[in-house]
Write a protein that binds this ligand. Structure first.
Ligand code: NAD
Length: 493
C-alpha cells in the first residue's frame, strides 16, 4: 500500500517521528493508502524553509510573469492528471466521479486565473494619491504578505487547498499546507505536480498530519505571517486564538446554515432541481449548502410532494459507479455525527418526510439516505446548526418579510439563495440577505472570478476573485517630500 510523504524544502521526506495513518475509502470502509503523520518538528522545518524562501529567495521579488508561468505549469500538471486525481478524490472522500472531475478541473482553472491576475496586478503598477500639498507625493503599493500557514478541510480536498495555494503563490508568498487528515492524498499529488513545475525550494511545503499534531503547531508557529483556514467554527476559533497570540493576519472560511427562499410563482421542477443540488450535491458536505429551505405557503404542499418523489429517486452508491448521484459521507466520524443530528431531529415535532438513516440494503460504506424534515421548529438544532450531510429542513412562509426574517435568523452568514420569476423581488431579497454569497434562481454554482466568504460566524476575509489575491498582499504607502525644500519646524530655513 502506498504511503505518502511530506514535501519540505523542495524534497519529499518521511516524517521526523516516522508515523503514518490510514486513508479510508468510505464506500468500502477499508484502507487504500497510508498518510505521513507530520508532527511539530516537521512543521517547524517546513515553516523555516518557507521563511528562508520568502526572506532570501527569488520568489517574492520575481517578475509576476515568471511566477505566472510557474502557476500555468501547475495548472497543466493538474489537467494532465485530472482523471487520476479525480479517482483519488472519489476513493478518499466518497463523492461521485463527475463531481470529483469538476473539482479537479476547477483547481486548474484557479491556478490559471491567479496567473493572469498576478500579471495584471503588476501591470496596474503603484497607485498615486493626491495629497493636496505640492511638497508631497504619495503612492500606494502592495507586496507579498509573507509566509502563509494554510489549514484545509476534507469536503473538497484538493480545491479548498488550491483556493489558498494558487493566490498565495501568485501574490509572491511562500506557503506551508496542512490538509485534512481525512482526505490528504490529492494534496500529496499536488506536491508532486508543484515539484515538477520547478518552483524554488521552500516556496511550497506540504505537511500532512492530524489537527492537534500538525495543524496546531502550524497555527502557533511564530514565523508564520498569515493563517488561512477553512474548516469548522470550533477549530476556526482555535486558529484565531493562535493568530491573536502572535498578532498574525488570519482568514477564516467556516460553516454555514444557508437559507433558500422559494416564492410561489416558481416553476416546481426548477425549484426541486435547485433544492436537490443545493443540499445533496457533494452529499451535503458543502459549507454553503442551502440546508434551510423556505417555501411560500401556496406552493408548499405540491412542492413537498414532488421534492420527496425526486429525492427518493436519487441513485445512491459508490462514487465510482455509473450514474451515482449520492456517495457515502466521508468518514465514520461524520456518519455518526450526521446520524446523531437526524436522531435529534426525530425527537422534535418536525416531520421526517423521507430518509432518516442508512438506506435499506446498503450494509457496507458510510451511506446516509437523503433526508428531509418538514415543519421544523425554528429553535431545533436541525434548523439552527450545521449538519454537513445530506439533510435538509423545509418550512413554509407567507410574506417576503417573514421569509427574510427567518432566513437571517442565524448565527451564520455564508450563503443564501432566492427563487422567483419576479426578478425585482429577487434583487430586493438578495440585498437584504445577510450573507457573503447570494444565488438568484440557482444554488451553489461557484465562479473563481467572484469573492467567496461569509458574514457573522461564517468567517473573516474572502477567497477567490481579486479579493482572494489581495488577501495575500500587504499594503504599503510611500510618502515623498520634495528634497529641494526645507521643512522649517525646528530649524530656520
Ligand atoms: P475541521 O475544523 O474539523 O478541520 C479543518 C482542518 O483543521 C483540518 O485540516 C484539521 O486537521 C485542522 N485542525 C483540527 N484541529 C486543529 C487545531 N487544533 N489547530 C489547527 N488545525 C486544526 O473541519 P472539517 O471537518 O475538516 O471541515 C468541515 C467544516 O469546514 C464545516 O464546518 C464546513 O462548513 C467548513 N468549510 C467551510 C468552507 C468555506 O468556504 N466557508 C469550505 C469548506 C468547508
Amino acid at each position: 500500500m502506498q504511503t505518502t510523504q511530506l514535501y519540505i524544502d523542495g524534497a519529499f521526506v518521511a516524517p521526523h517521528a516516522g508515523g503514518s495513518f490510514e486513508a479510508i475509502n468510505p464506500a468500502t470502509e477499508t484502507a487504500f493508502a497510508r498518510i505521513a503523520a507530520g508532527t511539530a518538528e516537521d512543521v517547524d522545518r517546513a515553516v523555516r524553509s518557507a521563511r528562508r524562501a520568502f526572506d532570501q529567495g527569488p520568489w517574492p521579488q520575481m517578475p509576476a510573469a515568471d511566477r505566472a508561468a510557474a502557476l500555468r505549469r501547475i495548472a497543466r500538471g493538474i489537467t494532465e492528471r485530472l482523471t487520476e486525481i479525480a479517482a483519488v478524490e472519489t476513493r478518499d472522500n466518497g463523492k461521485p466521479i463527475p463531481e470529483a472531475e469538476w473539482d479537479v478541473g476547477d483547481a486548474a482553472v484557479v491556478f490559471n486565473y491567479y496567473a493572469d491576475l498576478a500579471e495584471s496586478h503588476e501591470a496596474d503598477g503603484a497607485q498615486s494619491v493626491d495629497l493636496g500639498d505640492d511638497a508631497f507625493t504619495g503612492t500606494v503599493v502592495t507586496e507579498p504578505l509573507g509566509v502563509v500557514g494554510a489549514i484545509t478541510p476534507w469536503n473538497f480536498p484538493l480545491l479548498m487547498a488550491v483556493w489558498k495555494v494558487a493566490p498565495a503563490l501568485a501574490a509572491g508568498c511562500t506557503i506551508v499546507l496542512k490538509p485534512s487528515e481525512f482526505c490528504s492524498v490529492s494534496c500529496a499529488i499536488l506536491a508532486e505536480i508543484i515539484n515538477a513545475a520547478g518552483l524554488p525550494a521552500g516556496v511550497f511545503n506540504l505537511v500532512t498530519g492530524t489537527g492537534p499534531e500538525a495543524g496546531a503547531p502550524l497555527a502557533d508557529h511564530p514565523l508564520v505571517d498569515k493563517l488561512a483556514f477553512t474548516g469548522s467554527v470550533p477549530t476556526g476559533r482555535k486558529v484565531m486564538t493562535a493568530a491573536a497570540a502572535g498578532i498574525r493576519t488570519v482568514s477564516l472560511e467556516l460553516g454555514g446554515k444557508s437559507p433558500f427562499i422559494i416564492f410561489e410563482d416558481c416553476d416546481i421542477e426548477k425549484a426541486v432541481e435547485w433544492i436537490l443540488f443545493g443540499i445533496f450535491w457533494n452529499k451535503g458536505e458543502v459549507c454553503s449548502a442551502t440546508s434551510r429551505v423556505l417555501v411560500q405557503r401556496g406552493l408548499y404542499p405540491r412542492l413537498m410532494e414532488r421534492l420527496v418523489e425526486a429525492t427518493e429517486a436519487i441513485s445512491i452508491g459508490p462514487g465510482g459507479a455509473e450514474g451515482v448521484k449520492l456517495g457515502p459521507v466521508v468518514s465514520k466520524q461524520q456518519y455518526d455525527k450526521v446520524l446523531a443530528a437526524i436522531e435529534a431531529g426525530k425527537s422534535t415535532t418536525a416531520r421526517l418526510v423521507t430518509g432518516g438513516g442508512r438506506p435499506a440494503g446498503m450494509n457496507t460504506g458510510y451511506y446516509i439516505a437523503p433526508t428531509i424534515f418538514a415543519d421544523v421548529p425554528t429553535d431545533a438544532a436541525i434548523w439552527r446548526e450545521e449538519i454537513f450531510g445530506p439533510v435538509v429542513c423545509v418550512n413554509p412562509f407567507d410574506t417576503e418579510d417573514e421569509a427574510l426574517a427567518l432566513a437571517n435568523d442565524s448565527a451564520y452568514g455564508l450563503a443564501g439563495a432566492v427563487m422567483s420569476d419576479d426578478l425585482e423581488r429577487c434583487e430586493r431579497v438578495a440585498s437584504k440577505l445577510r450573507a457573503g454569497v447570494i444565488w438568484i434562481n440557482c444554488s451553489q454554482p461557484t465562479f473563481t472570478q467572484l469573492p467567496w466568504g461569509g458574514y457573522k460566524s461564517s468567517g473573516i476575509g474572502r477567497e477567490l476573485g481579486k479579493a482572494g489575491f489581495m488577501g495575500f498582499r500587504e499594503i504599503k504607502q510611500i510618502t515623498r517630500y520634495d528634497h529641494t525644500r526645507s521643512w522649517g519646524w525646528y530649524l530656520k530655513p
